[in-house]
Design a protein around this ligand. Structure first.
Ligand code: HEC
Length: 146
């Protein structure tokens, strides 16, 4: 065996390594795709969740808030607001009270507008935010207050 490291050997390592890691990448991509149905929480989606998403879009909540990291960074992340503000026990009443109380008018604090949503729309919004919080995002956002 030759003691020198030839160009041919370097090329083989380069191409061999590239092909190997590309195959690993494809396998991991395939595996991730396979886990989507259970991670996406799609089996829990219902009419109310879909209506809540529509209310979310029509009122441009994302213009100030982020949802699972996407959106604007003016106001708190809402992907985990369900857990932060009461969970199963009291998130719905919290959201009703919160939406009614806006704008809070506290000096020095960023304000959220009054949207005048109906009881039904806030119920649907609560269902949408509850559903969103149960998507398996590998524990993102990392901080419950985030
Ligand atoms: C103009 C910007 C703006 C828009 C649009 C907006 N919000 Fe907000 N929202 C805020 C701000 C600012 C806060 C934080 C207010 C505070 O802490 O006093 C907030 C706070 C919240 C909270 C409480 C978060 C927490 O951690 O307790 C909820 C829930 C919420 N918004 C829901 C909504 C929903 C639902 C919509 C759409 C219908 C919406 N927001 C649209 C600015 C906005």
């Amino acid at each position: 065996m030759s003691e020198t490291f030839t160009k041919g050997m370097a090329r083989n390592i380069y191409f061999g390594g590239s092909v190997f890691f590309f195959l690993v990448f494809l396998a991991l991509t395939y595996h991730t795709e396979q886990t989507f149905p259970e991670r996406s929480n799609e089996s829990e989606m219902n009419e109310s969740v879909a209506r809540g998403k529509l209310v979310w879009e029509q009122n441009n909540c994302i213009g100030c808030h982020s949802l699972l990291g996407e959106g604007a960074y003016f106001a708190p992340e809402l992907g985990n607001v369900f857990e932060r503000r009461g969970g199963e026990a009291s998130f719905k009443p919290f959201l009703h009270a919160w939406m009614k109380a806006q704008p809070l008018g506290v000096p020095g604090r960023r304000a959220m507008p009054q949207f005048n949503l109906s009881e039904q729309e806030v119920d649907d919004m609560a269902e949408f935010l509850m559903w969103t919080s149960k998507i398996d995002t590998n524990d993102w956002p990392p901080n419950k207050e985030g």
